[in-house]
Design a binder for this molecule. Structure first.
Ligand code: MRU
Length: 347
């Protein structure tokens, strides 16, 4: 079926599906200026590692379009400033930095002095990043589907679906591909506190595709496994380091520990743009801390005593010994990741 587009380029503007309103409302935010994209990324109107990468790429193109520099040097320096602002919006998902770096590298490679040509080049690169992500997710689906048994119950955490990407999804892409291959799949979706990406987005996406899904709160996952109701776990990733450590939505680590305890495979699905092989291990990944109101308030209402101290990291790191395999757009990597990940990157 045709999915809601996460973002779309219309008449020189980026329209972003406001995921903070889902599943109740489907509204697009019209971004005429890159600062609107920065805000949309910060407030999670657009979220999910590959989606924020693509949005940032369009942000750079939109920023470029608004410039009237005296010459190329002034243009390049203004673009570098916009790139820094975009990268500062969210620190954990490497896809954002990856997309911006790819655009900057392309810019530096251009020999033309025409600012208009440079603007067009940046927009074309943003379109390419968006298009390639969709193709990557389909390949992840093809590789991952082979790991899925014919009758299976899968637990997932957060939303690594079409909404988190340019379409199809990573973890949900594997699930979609297996469903399309005729496999009998039942998905359990963790609600994913504090911002409920599992309840609001994953459950919604799967129901739209008629893939059977059952929602549970995060603290029910252990008992669900103990009851024998889960065969395997698949999640997405925000950054994967050289040793195979995986940063993903807060709560992923707990699920991985539970999977290990219950002898269940724990799969991670991610495109190559999520790999950061410059980092040796997960302890080097910057983890975003978010506003305490996300924990003290629920749907705008206070649910904790005013003034209470809050800890609200948006992501955690799952150490590589807990990761059974990493499903990428270039194939499936298994331990030892220090050997198998560089081999995929060089492929
Ligand atoms: O804070 P979010 O909603 O951007 O977090 C998203 C996740 O953690 C996803 O699992 C991850 O980005 C992979 S998306 C394909």
């Amino acid at each position: 079926m045709r999915h809601m587009e996460t973002m779309r380029w219309v008449d020189g503007c980026l329209e972003i599906l406001d995921q903070t309103l889902l599943p109740g409302k489907t509204e697009y935010i019209k971004c005429e200026h890159y600062t609107t994209i920065c805000d949309a990324i910060r407030r999670l109107s657009v979220r999910g590692a590959p989606a924020i990468g693509a949005a940032a790429a369009y942000g750079l193109a939109l920023g470029a379009a608004s410039l009237s520099p005296a010459g190329k040097a002034e243009f390049v320096s203004a673009i570098e400033q916009i790139a820094r602002e975009l990268c500062d919006t969210r620190p954990t998902a490497i896809n954002l930095q990856w997309a911006v770096d790819r655009m900057l590298q392309l810019l530096h490679e251009q020999t033309t002095d025409s600012v208009e040509v440079l603007k067009e080049t940046l927009l074309a690169a943003a379109h390419a990043i968006y298009r390639e992500d969709l193709a990557s997710n389909r390949r992840i689906g093809e590789f991952g589907e082979k790991l899925i048994p014919p009758n299976v119950s899968i637990l997932t955490h957060c939303n690594a679906g079409a909404l988190a990407t340019a379409g199809f999804g990573t973890a949900l892409g594997v699930i979609r591909a297996a469903h399309q291959a005729g496999k009998n799949i039942h998905v359990y979706a963790d609600e994913t506190r504090p911002l409920l990406q599992g309840a609001r987005l994953t459950a919604w996406e799967l129901m739209q595709d008629n893939i059977p899904v059952t929602l549970l709160t995060d603290n029910m996952a252990g008992y669900l496994m103990a009851c024998g109701k889960v065969d395997l776990v698949i999640v997405g990733a925000d950054r994967i380091t050289a040793n195979g450590d995986v940063a993903n939505k807060i709560g992923t680590y707990s699920v991985a520990v539970l999977a290990k305890e219950h002898g269940l495979p724990f799969y991670v699905a991610a495109p190559m743009s999520t790999f950061d092989l410059n980092l040796a291990g997960g302890q080097e990944i910057p983890i975003e801390n978010r506003d305490e109101r996300e924990v003290t308030h629920f749907a705008g209402h206070p649910v904790a005593p005013a003034g209470v101290k809050v800890w609200n990291p948006a992501f955690d790191v799952t150490p590589h010994p807990l990761v059974t395999a990493i499903i990428t757009d270039r194939g499936v990597a298994r331990p030892p990741y220090t050997k198998t990940l560089p081999a995929l990157v060089d492929k």
